[in-house]
Design a protein around this ligand. Structure first.
Ligand SMILES: [Zn+2]
Ligand SMILES: [Zn+2]
Length: 151
């Protein structure tokens, strides 16, 4: 399943981005059973960016896999869903691609701007606001220190 996602990513990268996005071998692209708030999510990082697609969402809308993946791939270039994002959408549509600004369950999409990841057990805590005094916080599971990732 993950291999299929990597292949699809490679094809879309070639077809719509001239291979200007990171190679799939330098990415984590995976299904997530925990992701229920949105169809997909993209964590852009200097190295090893992550794209996760919701298993739940695509059980209901299997025809949207390419659409969601393209959407998250745009987030590797553009943050948020503003004018720059709209431009990318139009560019891809003009090349014959299918991609939407919002998934069909937009209403339940959670706004996540920050991820706090435990340095020990890797549990991720999603927040819409930045935690100002991070050193005061610890992982709820193992009491490990948290690492901050801007989404
Ligand atoms: Zn988005
Ligand atoms: Zn932990």
């Amino acid at each position: 399943m993950e291999k299929q996602l990597h292949n699809l990513y490679d094809n879309l990268n070639k077809k719509y981005f001239n291979n200007t996005l990171p190679k799939s071998s330098e990415m984590t692209i995976e299904w997530s059973g925990r992701l229920t708030a949105s169809a997909g999510i993209c964590y852009r990082k200097p190295k090893n960016s992550i794209i996760r697609l919701s298993t739940h969402y695509h059980e209901d809308f299997p025809e949207d896999i390419e659409n969601t993946l393209l959407h998250e791939m745009i987030h590797l270039k553009v943050k948020g869903h503003g004018p720059e994002f709209k431009k990318e959408i139009n560019r891809i549509i003009s090349l014959g691609g299918k991609v939407n600004r919002f998934s069909k369950r937009r209403a339940t999409e959670k706004r996540i701007n920050w991820i706090y990841k435990c340095k020990i057990c890797s549990k991720e805590y999603e927040r819409n606001r930045k935690i100002s005094k991070l050193s005061r916080y610890r992982c709820g599971i193992c009491k490990g220190k948290l690492e901050e990732i801007k989404v």
